[in-house]
Design a protein around this ligand. Structure first.
Ligand code: SF4
Length: 146
């Protein structure tokens, strides 16, 4: 994908993240990263194409070209040594609105439904074929931004 073509989904997704940060939903992510260990929660974040491109861009900014290896039950972006997220500022929507009890539980869907629709629209406009699990979505996105 050419650089100009990337701009639209990247800008669209970043605008959604900015809007989400302004929503008056009380959240307190303590970066415990329990939600990044999928085997504990039984849930793996699904990413639209734009979210995956933003996350892949964040990973590239760390100097990495490929996903770090991990086991199936843990997010590849969770740093083993520190336990923190490698791309915290570029983390996907699901990681911002997740189900972590310590952070306040999930966002009420009706409070973010318009943002979900915007992500879906960005996905359609950028030729995405629907949300994919984070590992698969990132593998494709890393190829696209190379
Ligand atoms: S992208 Fe970051 S915040 Fe989201 S599950 Fe992976 S390590 Fe956790």
């Amino acid at each position: 994908m050419r650089r100009e073509e990337l701009k639209h989904p990247l800008a669209g997704v970043r605008a959604v993240y900015e809007e989400l940060a302004k929503r008056p939903v009380e959240r307190f992510c303590q970066t415990r990263t329990g939600c990044c260990r999928f085997q504990l929660t039984g849930l793996t974040p699904p990413l639209t194409k734009g979210e995956a491109l933003v996350a892949a861009q964040g990973l590239r900014a760390t100097g990495r070209k490929a996903l770090p290896e991990t086991d199936e039950g843990t997010c590849p972006l969770r740093q083993r040594a520190r336990g923190s997220c490698l791309i915290y500022n570029d983390r996907p929507f699901g990681c911002r609105t997740h189900f972590c009890d310590a952070a306040g539980g999930p966002y009420p869907r009706k409070q973010v439904l318009d943002l979900i629709r915007r992500l879906e629209e960005t996905n359609r406009c950028s030729g995405g074929d629907g949300p994919r699990k984070i590992q698969a979505a990132l593998a494709v996105a890393l190829n696209e931004i190379s």
